[in-house]
Design a protein around this ligand. Structure first.
Ligand SMILES: *Cc1c(COP(=O)(O)O)cnc(C)c1O
Length: 297
Protein backbone atom coordinates (compact mmCIF):
# COMPACT_ATOMS: atom_id res chain seq x y z
CA UNK A 1 0.00 0.00 0.00
CA UNK A 2 1.34 3.41 -0.95
CA UNK A 3 0.81 5.78 1.97
CA UNK A 4 1.22 9.17 0.38
CA UNK A 5 -0.73 12.35 0.09
CA UNK A 6 0.42 15.33 -1.90
CA UNK A 7 1.04 18.31 0.37
CA UNK A 8 -0.59 21.56 -0.70
CA UNK A 9 0.05 24.07 2.08
CA UNK A 10 0.86 27.53 0.75
CA UNK A 11 1.91 30.45 2.94
CA UNK A 12 -0.35 33.51 2.79
CA UNK A 13 0.29 36.94 4.24
CA UNK A 14 -2.28 38.57 6.50
CA UNK A 15 -2.25 42.32 6.10
CA UNK A 16 -3.98 44.79 8.37
CA UNK A 17 -3.57 48.14 10.08
CA UNK A 18 -2.32 46.73 13.40
CA UNK A 19 0.52 44.73 11.85
CA UNK A 20 1.37 47.62 9.57
CA UNK A 21 1.61 50.09 12.48
CA UNK A 22 3.78 47.68 14.46
CA UNK A 23 6.05 46.99 11.47
CA UNK A 24 5.20 43.28 11.52
CA UNK A 25 4.75 40.81 8.68
CA UNK A 26 2.35 38.02 9.59
CA UNK A 27 1.98 34.89 7.50
CA UNK A 28 -0.16 31.78 7.84
CA UNK A 29 0.81 28.32 6.60
CA UNK A 30 -2.34 26.76 5.23
CA UNK A 31 -2.12 23.17 6.45
CA UNK A 32 -5.92 23.32 6.48
CA UNK A 33 -5.74 23.02 2.68
CA UNK A 34 -3.89 19.67 2.73
CA UNK A 35 -7.17 17.72 2.79
CA UNK A 36 -10.72 18.71 3.85
CA UNK A 37 -10.92 15.97 6.50
CA UNK A 38 -7.39 14.57 6.95
CA UNK A 39 -6.74 18.11 7.78
CA UNK A 40 -3.65 20.01 8.70
CA UNK A 41 -1.46 18.50 11.31
CA UNK A 42 -3.60 15.35 11.38
CA UNK A 43 -2.25 14.18 8.04
CA UNK A 44 1.29 15.07 9.07
CA UNK A 45 0.86 13.07 12.28
CA UNK A 46 -0.72 10.08 10.56
CA UNK A 47 1.83 9.77 7.76
CA UNK A 48 4.53 7.80 9.60
CA UNK A 49 2.00 6.07 11.84
CA UNK A 50 0.34 4.64 8.71
CA UNK A 51 3.69 3.76 7.15
CA UNK A 52 4.51 1.80 10.31
CA UNK A 53 1.11 0.05 10.24
CA UNK A 54 1.67 -0.81 6.60
CA UNK A 55 5.19 -2.16 7.24
CA UNK A 56 3.70 -4.42 9.93
CA UNK A 57 0.91 -5.55 7.56
CA UNK A 58 -1.76 -4.07 9.81
CA UNK A 59 -4.98 -3.30 7.98
CA UNK A 60 -7.28 -2.10 10.75
CA UNK A 61 -6.65 1.23 12.47
CA UNK A 62 -7.97 1.53 16.01
CA UNK A 63 -7.89 4.91 17.65
CA UNK A 64 -9.42 7.09 20.35
CA UNK A 65 -11.05 10.47 20.75
CA UNK A 66 -13.86 12.61 22.08
CA UNK A 67 -17.09 13.01 20.13
CA UNK A 68 -15.72 16.10 18.32
CA UNK A 69 -12.24 14.72 17.69
CA UNK A 70 -10.60 15.94 14.49
CA UNK A 71 -8.17 13.04 14.86
CA UNK A 72 -10.97 10.42 14.76
CA UNK A 73 -12.32 11.94 11.57
CA UNK A 74 -8.87 12.23 10.00
CA UNK A 75 -8.19 8.57 10.81
CA UNK A 76 -11.54 7.49 9.36
CA UNK A 77 -10.91 9.43 6.14
CA UNK A 78 -7.30 8.22 5.86
CA UNK A 79 -8.35 4.60 6.43
CA UNK A 80 -10.94 4.90 3.66
CA UNK A 81 -8.45 6.56 1.31
CA UNK A 82 -5.76 3.93 1.81
CA UNK A 83 -8.07 0.90 1.84
CA UNK A 84 -7.87 0.15 5.56
CA UNK A 85 -10.54 -0.64 8.15
CA UNK A 86 -11.01 1.70 11.09
CA UNK A 87 -12.55 1.69 14.54
CA UNK A 88 -12.95 4.74 16.75
CA UNK A 89 -13.26 4.30 20.50
CA UNK A 90 -15.21 7.37 21.60
CA UNK A 91 -15.20 8.90 25.06
CA UNK A 92 -18.63 9.26 26.67
CA UNK A 93 -22.21 8.34 25.97
CA UNK A 94 -23.52 7.31 22.58
CA UNK A 95 -24.18 10.54 20.68
CA UNK A 96 -24.28 11.73 17.13
CA UNK A 97 -22.95 14.92 15.58
CA UNK A 98 -21.42 16.12 12.32
CA UNK A 99 -17.95 14.75 13.12
CA UNK A 100 -19.20 11.27 14.04
CA UNK A 101 -21.58 11.26 11.07
CA UNK A 102 -18.59 11.82 8.77
CA UNK A 103 -16.58 9.14 10.61
CA UNK A 104 -19.44 6.69 10.01
CA UNK A 105 -19.75 7.70 6.39
CA UNK A 106 -16.07 6.77 5.89
CA UNK A 107 -16.73 3.32 7.28
CA UNK A 108 -15.36 3.83 10.77
CA UNK A 109 -16.99 1.63 13.41
CA UNK A 110 -17.63 3.54 16.63
CA UNK A 111 -17.49 2.09 20.12
CA UNK A 112 -18.65 4.40 22.92
CA UNK A 113 -17.08 3.89 26.33
CA UNK A 114 -17.60 5.62 29.66
CA UNK A 115 -15.07 8.22 30.75
CA UNK A 116 -13.39 6.01 33.34
CA UNK A 117 -12.81 3.09 30.92
CA UNK A 118 -11.63 5.56 28.29
CA UNK A 119 -8.63 6.47 30.41
CA UNK A 120 -7.21 2.95 30.01
CA UNK A 121 -6.61 2.87 26.29
CA UNK A 122 -4.30 -0.15 26.13
CA UNK A 123 -6.83 -2.16 28.16
CA UNK A 124 -9.63 -1.15 25.80
CA UNK A 125 -7.54 -2.10 22.79
CA UNK A 126 -6.79 -5.50 24.32
CA UNK A 127 -10.41 -6.00 25.30
CA UNK A 128 -11.78 -5.41 21.80
CA UNK A 129 -8.83 -6.30 19.59
CA UNK A 130 -6.47 -8.39 21.72
CA UNK A 131 -6.68 -11.44 19.42
CA UNK A 132 -6.91 -9.47 16.19
CA UNK A 133 -3.56 -9.52 14.35
CA UNK A 134 -4.82 -6.95 11.79
CA UNK A 135 -5.48 -4.29 14.41
CA UNK A 136 -3.09 -1.37 14.93
CA UNK A 137 -3.20 0.88 18.01
CA UNK A 138 -3.05 4.63 17.40
CA UNK A 139 -3.04 6.83 20.49
CA UNK A 140 -5.51 9.64 21.04
CA UNK A 141 -4.73 12.64 18.84
CA UNK A 142 -2.05 10.64 17.01
CA UNK A 143 0.37 11.49 19.83
CA UNK A 144 3.62 9.64 19.04
CA UNK A 145 7.21 10.00 17.91
CA UNK A 146 6.04 9.04 14.39
CA UNK A 147 3.54 11.90 14.60
CA UNK A 148 6.27 14.38 15.52
CA UNK A 149 8.43 13.02 12.68
CA UNK A 150 5.71 13.87 10.16
CA UNK A 151 5.19 17.35 11.62
CA UNK A 152 8.92 18.17 11.34
CA UNK A 153 8.46 18.02 7.54
CA UNK A 154 6.43 21.22 7.73
CA UNK A 155 9.70 23.08 8.29
CA UNK A 156 11.29 21.42 5.21
CA UNK A 157 8.63 23.16 3.09
CA UNK A 158 9.43 26.71 4.24
CA UNK A 159 11.15 28.84 1.61
CA UNK A 160 11.64 31.86 3.87
CA UNK A 161 12.89 32.24 7.41
CA UNK A 162 10.76 33.66 10.18
CA UNK A 163 11.60 35.25 13.54
CA UNK A 164 8.66 33.42 15.12
CA UNK A 165 6.49 30.37 14.46
CA UNK A 166 3.24 29.97 16.42
CA UNK A 167 1.17 26.80 16.78
CA UNK A 168 -1.77 25.68 18.95
CA UNK A 169 -1.14 22.62 21.15
CA UNK A 170 -3.40 19.73 22.13
CA UNK A 171 -1.12 16.75 22.66
CA UNK A 172 2.01 18.81 21.86
CA UNK A 173 3.08 16.41 19.09
CA UNK A 174 2.84 19.01 16.34
CA UNK A 175 4.77 21.56 18.39
CA UNK A 176 7.53 19.04 19.13
CA UNK A 177 7.79 18.11 15.44
CA UNK A 178 8.12 21.73 14.36
CA UNK A 179 10.77 22.39 17.03
CA UNK A 180 12.68 19.32 15.78
CA UNK A 181 12.34 20.68 12.24
CA UNK A 182 13.67 24.10 13.27
CA UNK A 183 16.69 22.34 14.79
CA UNK A 184 17.20 20.07 11.75
CA UNK A 185 17.54 23.19 9.63
CA UNK A 186 19.61 25.07 12.25
CA UNK A 187 17.18 28.01 12.11
CA UNK A 188 17.21 30.77 14.70
CA UNK A 189 13.39 30.91 14.57
CA UNK A 190 11.73 31.20 17.99
CA UNK A 191 8.95 28.67 18.49
CA UNK A 192 5.82 29.72 20.39
CA UNK A 193 3.33 27.17 21.70
CA UNK A 194 -0.25 28.08 22.65
CA UNK A 195 -1.84 25.32 24.77
CA UNK A 196 -5.63 25.23 24.36
CA UNK A 197 -6.16 23.85 27.88
CA UNK A 198 -6.33 25.54 31.25
CA UNK A 199 -3.15 25.21 33.34
CA UNK A 200 -1.18 24.52 30.17
CA UNK A 201 2.21 24.34 31.89
CA UNK A 202 2.05 20.54 31.68
CA UNK A 203 2.39 20.95 27.91
CA UNK A 204 6.17 21.38 28.36
CA UNK A 205 6.45 17.74 29.49
CA UNK A 206 4.24 16.59 26.61
CA UNK A 207 6.30 18.48 24.04
CA UNK A 208 9.68 17.60 25.53
CA UNK A 209 9.09 13.84 25.34
CA UNK A 210 9.13 14.07 21.52
CA UNK A 211 12.10 16.43 21.14
CA UNK A 212 15.17 14.92 19.52
CA UNK A 213 17.44 17.44 21.28
CA UNK A 214 16.67 19.66 24.25
CA UNK A 215 15.35 23.00 22.99
CA UNK A 216 14.13 26.30 24.30
CA UNK A 217 10.79 27.65 23.18
CA UNK A 218 8.02 29.83 24.55
CA UNK A 219 4.81 28.52 26.07
CA UNK A 220 1.98 31.05 26.50
CA UNK A 221 -0.60 29.56 28.85
CA UNK A 222 -3.03 32.49 29.09
CA UNK A 223 -4.93 31.99 25.85
CA UNK A 224 -7.12 29.01 26.80
CA UNK A 225 -10.38 31.04 27.18
CA UNK A 226 -11.54 28.92 30.11
CA UNK A 227 -10.32 25.52 28.93
CA UNK A 228 -10.52 23.00 26.13
CA UNK A 229 -13.25 23.89 23.60
CA UNK A 230 -14.36 26.78 25.82
CA UNK A 231 -14.99 30.13 24.21
CA UNK A 232 -16.22 33.57 25.13
CA UNK A 233 -17.78 36.49 23.27
CA UNK A 234 -14.38 38.10 22.68
CA UNK A 235 -12.89 35.01 21.00
CA UNK A 236 -15.99 34.41 18.88
CA UNK A 237 -16.05 38.03 17.80
CA UNK A 238 -12.33 37.86 16.94
CA UNK A 239 -12.96 34.78 14.80
CA UNK A 240 -15.89 36.36 13.02
CA UNK A 241 -13.86 39.48 12.18
CA UNK A 242 -10.81 37.42 11.15
CA UNK A 243 -12.81 35.18 8.79
CA UNK A 244 -14.72 38.10 7.28
CA UNK A 245 -11.55 40.17 6.80
CA UNK A 246 -9.24 37.47 5.42
CA UNK A 247 -11.45 34.82 3.81
CA UNK A 248 -9.51 32.23 5.82
CA UNK A 249 -11.79 29.97 7.84
CA UNK A 250 -10.65 29.22 11.40
CA UNK A 251 -12.30 27.51 14.37
CA UNK A 252 -12.40 28.42 18.09
CA UNK A 253 -10.79 25.30 19.62
CA UNK A 254 -7.26 25.61 18.23
CA UNK A 255 -6.31 28.03 15.46
CA UNK A 256 -8.69 30.74 16.72
CA UNK A 257 -6.97 30.83 20.11
CA UNK A 258 -3.49 30.78 18.59
CA UNK A 259 -4.25 33.67 16.20
CA UNK A 260 -5.94 35.63 18.97
CA UNK A 261 -2.68 35.28 20.91
CA UNK A 262 -0.64 36.72 18.02
CA UNK A 263 -3.02 39.67 17.57
CA UNK A 264 -3.08 40.32 21.31
CA UNK A 265 0.71 40.22 21.64
CA UNK A 266 1.12 42.43 18.58
CA UNK A 267 -1.31 44.99 20.02
CA UNK A 268 0.68 44.98 23.28
CA UNK A 269 3.94 45.67 21.44
CA UNK A 270 5.44 42.25 22.24
CA UNK A 271 7.21 41.83 18.88
CA UNK A 272 10.17 43.83 17.63
CA UNK A 273 9.41 46.00 14.63
CA UNK A 274 10.49 44.22 11.46
CA UNK A 275 9.61 40.74 12.82
CA UNK A 276 8.32 38.06 10.47
CA UNK A 277 5.83 35.76 12.14
CA UNK A 278 4.41 32.50 10.81
CA UNK A 279 1.17 31.06 12.22
CA UNK A 280 0.37 27.42 11.48
CA UNK A 281 -3.25 26.82 10.42
CA UNK A 282 -3.71 23.29 11.75
CA UNK A 283 -7.13 22.81 10.13
CA UNK A 284 -9.92 21.07 12.05
CA UNK A 285 -12.68 23.05 10.40
CA UNK A 286 -15.38 20.39 10.71
CA UNK A 287 -15.25 21.08 14.46
CA UNK A 288 -16.70 24.49 13.67
CA UNK A 289 -20.00 22.82 12.79
CA UNK A 290 -20.35 21.62 16.37
CA UNK A 291 -20.08 25.21 17.60
CA UNK A 292 -22.54 26.97 15.29
CA UNK A 293 -24.88 27.82 18.14
CA UNK A 294 -22.21 29.65 20.10
CA UNK A 295 -21.84 32.22 17.34
CA UNK A 296 -24.78 34.58 17.54
CA UNK A 297 -24.90 35.45 13.87
C1 LIG B 1 -5.51 18.14 16.83
C2 LIG B 1 -5.36 19.58 16.55
C3 LIG B 1 -4.34 20.35 17.11
C4 LIG B 1 -3.42 19.82 18.18
O1 LIG B 1 -2.30 19.17 17.69
P1 LIG B 1 -1.33 18.39 18.69
O2 LIG B 1 -0.32 17.77 17.83
O3 LIG B 1 -2.19 17.34 19.37
O4 LIG B 1 -0.81 19.35 19.67
C5 LIG B 1 -4.21 21.67 16.71
N1 LIG B 1 -5.07 22.21 15.82
C6 LIG B 1 -6.09 21.51 15.30
C7 LIG B 1 -7.02 22.19 14.37
C8 LIG B 1 -6.27 20.17 15.64
O5 LIG B 1 -7.30 19.49 15.11
Amino acid sequence: MNIDLEIYSPVHQIKNKLFNEQGLSIFIKRDDLIHPLISGNKWRKLKYILKKASAENKTHLVTFGGAYSNHLLATAAAAAKFGLKSTGIVRGEDVTNDTLFLCNLHGMKLIFVDRESYRHKEELFNKYFGGNTDAFFIDEGGASAEGAHGCAELVDELTETYNHIFCACGTGTTAAGIINGIQNHKLSTEFNAIPVFKNGDFMKGEINQYLINPATYNLYTDYHFGGYAKTNAELLSFIKTFVADTGILIEPVYTGKMLYAIYDMAAKGHFKSGSKILAIHTGGLIGLLGMKDKFQL
